[in-house]
Design a protein around this ligand. Structure first.
Ligand SMILES: Cc1cc2nc3c(=O)[nH]c(=O)nc-3n(C[C@H](O)[C@H](O)[C@H](O)COP(=O)(O)OP(=O)(O)OC[C@H]3O[C@@H](n4cnc5c(N)ncnc54)[C@H](O)[C@@H]3O)c2cc1C
Length: 454
């Protein structure tokens, strides 16, 4: 059996742990059966945003008329858009391969790891032991048990990246952030898109006003069907046929399309790792349970990133990895703080959010005030004629502590950063109000939102 100071399972946020271990001169086993870098650069954040950059450009052209510019799109070259994305992914693979060969003390295993004991794993023909073990094996697409689905070829966030021809029509099952991002992308490419969500609204974790606005905007370009449960899939000539039922009335409906994309959520990879062999506790959905130090119930075993299901974003995964490394290697007691973890949805319009929703805030014993502020409230918003976007700001009336902030509109992921930084440095309104904001700039939207609180 080979012994290492650190065994790192998975090369997504696991690479952050590897970096930390290399910096301390430790011996490391990195286990990665799939694409180096994990989901984000290969199957998630980066390829999807490369595609969406093209979709955003289409939308900007189409919306230019509101500013008196009439433009016409000659042609959208779907094949070359996909080729650009795949070429960039291949480059990132090469870069990571190169990086790993130059890392001192790292041995890379290109096979699945499976548990034998809490600190002992089987990797291919090898058995390895880690003084510290970091589980960062992530998640994969959740495939719902829908009659007939397994008998047809359907797309996921993985296989969709291999398309070379634009589908004429596409049904997206699901209404979460992956579903709405791909709805935006394919609609902009010219595909007839139908999105089917079983809840009564899309992106259910966002503020209701934000999800309603996105639904109304997407509905101009795609068919958005909510409150509808997909029950079965069959073939209908060249197309696939989705049979569905209204969640409320039970009324049946059906939809045909050339392709179907399943985007109903993610499931953790703990089963593939056979964590039960090491008595590592999981929750009812299969995510590994961790404390605020990112420790599992087993000594010297940490679980970071999507595998613990706490905050399934790349930036959260990386932050958790750093917390675990500090606790494991430096015997610190760093806790993961989720109070100001932002996230973005790259739909059109874009969405960004941090902190509590209004409903969550009102569920506390605080005196909560909230306000909706349109982009048009600012000079720059008016110059750009941004008539749809707005912010939702949530604050404690007495302490003036910022509790949550939500934006739908252009540059939302950039604009929210000021609020994130303010929340992280104490969270008081003063942190926003004291800074002088450039006039006229979209950033004035943030202080204006707080002025609107009553
Ligand atoms: C379509 C899509 C878009 C997304 N967009 C965004 C975004 O814009 N912003 C954002 O912040 N997040 C986004 N995410 C989420 C983000 O990709 C994840 O939160 C992040 O990649 C999680 O990192 P991780 O290291 O936990 O897991 P992963 O990156 O999935 O890494 C886990 C690795 O473990 C390996 N592995 C699996 N089983 C084993 C085993 N038994 N032994 C060893 N290794 C194993 C896998 O091969 C994989 O490479 C997106 C996700 C998807 C699917």
């Amino acid at each position: 059996m080979k012994h290492y100071d650190a065994v790192v399972l998975g090369s997504g946020c696991g690479m952050e742990v590897v970096d930390q271990a290399v910096a301390r001169g430790l011996s490391i086993a990195l286990v990665e059966p799939g694409l180096l870098g994990g989901t984000c650069p290969n199957l998630g954040c980066i390829p999807s945003k490369m595609l969406i950059a093209s979709a955003d450009t289409v939308m900007e052209q189409e919306r230019a008329e509101r500013l008196g510019v009439i433009s016409r799109i000659e042609h959208v070259d779907f094949a070359s858009i996909m080729i650009r994305m795949r070429a960039s992914r291949a480059e990132s693979q090469e870069h990571m391969e190169h990086l790993l060969t130059h890392f001192e003390g790292v041995e890379t295993y290109r096979a699945h790891a499976a548990y034998i004991q809490p600190q002992v794993l089987q990797v291919g023909d090898d058995t390895i032991y880690g003084t510290q073990v970091f589980i960062a094996v992530g998640a994969r697409p959740l495939i719902p048990s829908i009659e007939g689905l397994e008998d047809v070829e359907y797309l996921t966030n993985e296989s969709v990246l291999e398309l070379t021809e634009i589908p004429e029509s596409l049904i997206i099952i699901g209404g979460g952030y992956i579903a709405v991002e791909y709805c935006h992308f394919f609609a902009a490419m010219g595909t007839r898109v139908t999105l089917i969500e079983m809840s009564d609204r899309i992106i259910t974790t966002e503020e209701p006003e934000i999800s309603a606005t996105l639904q109304s905007e997407l509905s101009k370009r795609a068919r958005i069907v909510t409150g509808t449960m997909v029950t079965s899939v069959t073939r209908a000539g060249k197309d696939l046929r989705i049979h569905a039922r209204s969640s409320l009335s039970g009324e049946k409906s059906r939809f045909d399309a050339q392709q179907v994309l399943v985007a109903v959520g993610r499931r953790p990879n703990a089963d593939l790792l056979r964590v039960e062999k090491a008595d590592i506790r999981i929750d009812e959905n299969g995510y590994i349970k961790v404390d605020s130090h990112m420790r599992t119930n087993q000594d010297n075993v940490f679980a970071v990133g999507d595998i613990n299901g706490k905050s399934m974003f790349m930036h959260s995964a990386n932050a958790q990895a750093l917390v675990s490394a500090a606790n494991a290697f430096d015997h610190q007691h760093v806790e993961m703080d989720y109070s100001a973890v932002p996230h973005a949805v790259y739909s059109y319009p874009q969405i960004a959010s941090v902190g509590l929703t209004e409903a969550q805030a009102r569920n506390t014993d605080r005196d909560v005030i909230s306000a909706l502020t349109p982009y048009m409230r600012t000079a720059k918003g008016e110059a750009l004629r941004e008539e749809v976007g707005f912010t939702k700001c949530i604050m404690d009336r007495n302490s003036e502590e910022i509790l949550g902030f939500h934006i739908i509109g252009p540059h939302a992921p950039i604009l929210i950063q000021e609020v994130v930084n303010a929340m992280q440095s104490g969270g008081h309104l003063d942190q926003i109000a004291r800074g002088i904001h450039i006039h006229p700039a979209m950033s004035e939207l943030i202080p204006s939102s707080f002025e609107d609180l009553v």
